[in-house]
Design a protein around this ligand. Structure first.
Ligand code: PMP
Length: 427
């Protein structure tokens, strides 16, 4: 049936496209090795799987029913204990923590609850792509500020630490209309772990302009080379204006469970609860129960060798190093990530492999990633996907790989890259 007016709400204008739909389809059709998708292909820890099995198979049939709307009591209790310790705050499980359907819903609640029509929200590029449409759907205006790459030291590979904010440029983005800044450390896609000095700079500007901070810390445990993950909510003046967001998916390698959380002061969380109670309201009880047990185990072992967080970071650091080596040997220059399970590589040396499309304004990296999956069977995501519309061509000679993969997957990727290199070199 045809209607005389648009069926969709105006807030959907300009946010209807999503690059994952296209790249997931390409990967499903063509990829023999998929390093595009941002999730592990290895199993989660046994203790967590067992906890879930106990939750659904045990005596307590109430674990099959709704639980407390703002978070299953055992989960908010252990999260309050853990983050209280990490943030140096006395936390009330019922007031300072809210459980969400993954970090994704936590972000959605933040933007809907805190951003008003006409508010500006500062987003650091490159960024996890949902921030921009979520700000727009809330009626806000995203204001972008880029991380700018510095040349690495002679003879060294570039590091994600070489991508930095220009302090004057960042300061110039703050103004009367700035409502919030979105921080994502460790950052997807670069793997940058913001240093204390960089965070202090952001914090000072938030305090000066009375802005909030939405701090997406889903990769908080995936930090390498002894680098410290600093929580911005622990800096002076920041607790009261920050919502910290986490994800059991990333923390325990169970992205399909979709358990996430927010931690913050009641003056902010009370409004997130309003959005939550009018949209999702309850999150899966058994998954929350299992995650709660996982955290109880981890809290006893914090920082010790048998902690899953410690073990996972160590294993992922090894996988990172193997992918760095594969890419470097193939001539695809890796930017060594300090955190996350993503790695961005410079494809400049492969420019001539992909046929030019005259007149196309599709960013080069996007054409490259499509060509690569179709012709080489290797899936990755173009870096331009993590930039706003007008900036998509600013750094469009990079692609992002995920290295949270089994050794066999990483070896298969290496085989493709080295074969490609030999072909390029000729007979
Ligand atoms: N934030 C970032 C930076 C992410 O990379 C992801 C997942 N790719 C999310 C949030 C969403 O996490 P979840 O799966 O817990 O919803």
């Amino acid at each position: 049936a045809k209607m005389s007016r648009p069926v969709q709400a105006r807030r959907l204008e300009g946010v209807d496209k999503n690059i994952w739909v296209e790249f997931v389809k390409l990967a499903t059709t063509y990829a023999t090795v998929n390093l595009g998708q941002g999730f592990p292909d290895f199993p989660p820890p046994d203790f967590l799987r067992e906890a879930f099995v106990r939750a659904v198979g045990g005596e307590d049939h109430m674990l099959h029913q709704y639980t407390r709307a703002f978070g299953h009591p055992p989960l908010v209790k252990i999260l309050a204990q853990l983050f209280g310790k990490l943030l140096g705050q006395e936390l009330d499980p019922l007031a300072n923590v809210m459980v969400t359907v993954g970090a994704y819903q936590a972000l959605y609640c933040c933007f809907q609850a805190l951003v008003d029509e006409g508010d500006e929200v500062i987003i650091i590029e490159p960024f996890f792509d949902c921030y921009e449409p979520m700000v727009k759907m809330a009626g806000g205006t995203p204001v972008f500020v880029p991380l700018r790459p510095k040349a690495p030291k002679a003879g060294q590979l570039m590091s994600s630490a070489d991508w930095q904010l220009d302090p004057a440029e960042l300061a110039s983005k703050f103004g009367k209309r700035t409502k919030a800044v979105v921080l994502n450390s460790p950052n997807n896609p670069l793997g940058k772990v913001f240093g204390r000095g960089e965070l202090e700079l952001i914090a000072e500007l938030c305090v000066k302009h009375d802005a909030l901070c939405i701090s997406d810390e889903v990769y908080e445990w995936l930090v390498y080379d002894g680098k410290e993950h600093v929580r911005i909510a622990s800096l002076p003046g920041m607790w009261d204006r920050t919502v910290s967001i986490g994800s059991a998916g990333k923390t325990f390698s169970v992205t399909g469970w979709k358990v996430g959380w927010t931690v913050g002061p009641p003056r902010l969380l009370q409004h997130l609860r309003t959005v939550h109670q009018n949209s999702v309201y309850h999150c899966a009880t058994a998954a929350q129960e299992a995650v709660a047990q996982g955290f109880c185990r981890e809290l006893e072992r914090l920082g010790q060798a048998d902690s899953y967080f410690v073990r996972l970071a160590r294993e992922l650091q090894g996988k990172r190093d193997r992918l760095v080596q594969s890419l470097d040997a193939a001539g695809m220059k890796p930017i060594v990530p300090e955190g996350t399970y993503f790695l961005v590589a410079d494809i400049s040396a492969f420019a001539s492999d992909v046929p030019d499309v005259p007149g196309s304004n599709e960013p080069y990296d996007s054409r490259f990633a499509k060509w690569m999956v179709k012709n080489k069977g290797l899936a990755a995501i173009p870096l331009s996907a993590f930039y706003s519309g007008p900036h998509k061509n600013d750094y469009s000679r990079f692609i992002r790989f995920c290295f949270a993969k089994e050794e066999a997957t990483l070896k298969a990727a290496n085989d493709i890259l080295q074969k490609w290199k030999r072909e390029k070199a000729g007979p």
